[in-house]
Ligand binder design. Structure first.
Ligand SMILES: [Zn+2]
Length: 379
């Protein structure tokens, strides 16, 4: 059962991370929060790969598994990076990430400049065709004062608001995913749980998971690991907020490693027996392609877990305007509980679908005699 204090600790970690300014190729503040968090806790080994992805290893107690889990989340969110001032109050900025061009003009922006936000408004955009879609490339933003090159620009929504069991924020995708990992690490260390696990915080997912591709190429994650990529993923008609975190059998592009998916399902089903508040879903989330497809295609046993997300990429489709992203807080607590079990590995991952295998063996045993007795005549 999730204690009140655990829930409060989760809230604190989540709200600190999602308030952090971030954009593709400008994840340095989020990286700082993650690294400081781990250093403060101690016990973890924290390293960066050549692409700047952050790998965390946590091993404590006597639990030694041959195929530990590596849970990943990305530290960027669709946003602007300031290029240069074209005149006293006109800033040219690069845009990176998947937001439809229809949402930009007049959109209110905040730019993180020397430790504070400067407000601006999108005056115009330049688009180009990229992988079959029109995408915004650069924007002209009107600002009250000069903004330095490299400043991070985000849609102008509050850090977060908690309302009716949901968190509304400028960013959920995927800082909330990264926060769930931090909550898991925090709980494992404070609970002194025996565990052996890796965690990877990646960069530049929103332009096509190039941080994850670089990590897979560099074998940042040991090959023995089973990779679980954590996302917040646009709510679907059959995968709703509040119905529990979602085990993804695949995304728009690929189907994930069936054995890894089956394993996560087994761990969740086992947890559900002991924790009545825990629930989960198992779905094909084919709204987009996620890092799981990259890790899977580049040689890892991989699956995905997500929580359903409202106003995906700050787009409110009903009102056809920008809005804060939101997730359900019970889904968040439940995904943390699930991660903890995956890291504890009390059921080990073997690379085989052990549950299905034992069901097959049972059926085989039950009907072997009858099957052979009836080869020539019915019975
Ligand atoms: Zn995204």
């Amino acid at each position: 059962m999730l204690s009140k204090s655990r829930s409060a600790a989760n809230r604190k970690i989540l709200t600190e991370l999602i308030a952090t300014p971030t954009a593709p190729f400008a994840e340095h503040f989020a990286i700082e929060v993650v690294e400081k968090f781990c250093h403060r806790l101690g016990r973890t080994a924290v390293t960066r790969d050549a692409a700047g992805n952050v790998l965390v290893r946590l091993r404590q107690g006597r639990n030694r598994t041959t195929r530990p889990v590596c849970i990943t989340a990305h530290l960027d969110h669709p946003g602007f990076v300031a290029d240069r001032m074209l005149s006293a109050n006109r800033l040219r900025a690069f845009w990176r990430g998947g937001v439809s061009p229809d949402y930009f003009i007049g959109g209110r922006v905040r730019l993180w400049t020397n430790g504070r936000w400067v407000r601006g408004k999108v005056a115009s955009v330049k688009t180009n065709a990229d992988r079959g879609r029109r995408r915004v490339d650069t924007a002209i933003i009107t600002v009250p004062r000069p903004v330095p090159k490299g400043a991070i620009g985000m849609w102008d929504f509050p850090d977060f608001t908690l309302r009716n069991g949901r968190v509304y924020a400028r960013v959920c995708d995927d800082l909330a995913g990264a926060a769930a990992i931090l909550c898991c690490i925090d709980a494992l260390i404070h609970g002194k749980s025996a565990c052996d696990a890796y965690f990877l915080f990646t960069r530049a997912e929103e332009v096509g998971f190039v941080g994850a591709i670089a990590a897979a190429r560099a074998v940042t994650i040991p090959k023995k690991c089973m990779v679980v990529a954590m996302e917040t993923s646009a709510e679907r008609l059959n995968a709703k907020l509040g119905d529990g975190p979602i085990l993804r059998v695949g995304d728009r592009s690929t189907i994930f490693t069936p054995e890894a998916t089956a394993y996560c399902e087994r761990v969740a089903a086992d947890l559900a027996k002991r924790n009545r508040r825990f629930k989960f879903q198992r779905k094909l989330m084919d709204g987009g392609t996620c890092e799981s497809s990259a890790f899977r295609t580049l040689g890892y046993d991989t699956t995905g877990i997500c929580v359903a997300l409202g106003n995906y990429h700050n787009m409110n489709p009903k009102r056809k305007r920008l809005g804060p992203e939101y997730i359900d807080l019970n889904d968040f607590d439940n995904v943390v509980a699930w991660f903890i079990e995956l890291c504890r590995a009390s059921i080990p991952y073997t690379g085989k679908d052990e549950k299905m295998l034992s069901e097959l063996v049972e059926l085989e045993r039950k009907y072997a005699r009858l099957l052979h007795q009836t080869v020539t005549s019915p019975k």
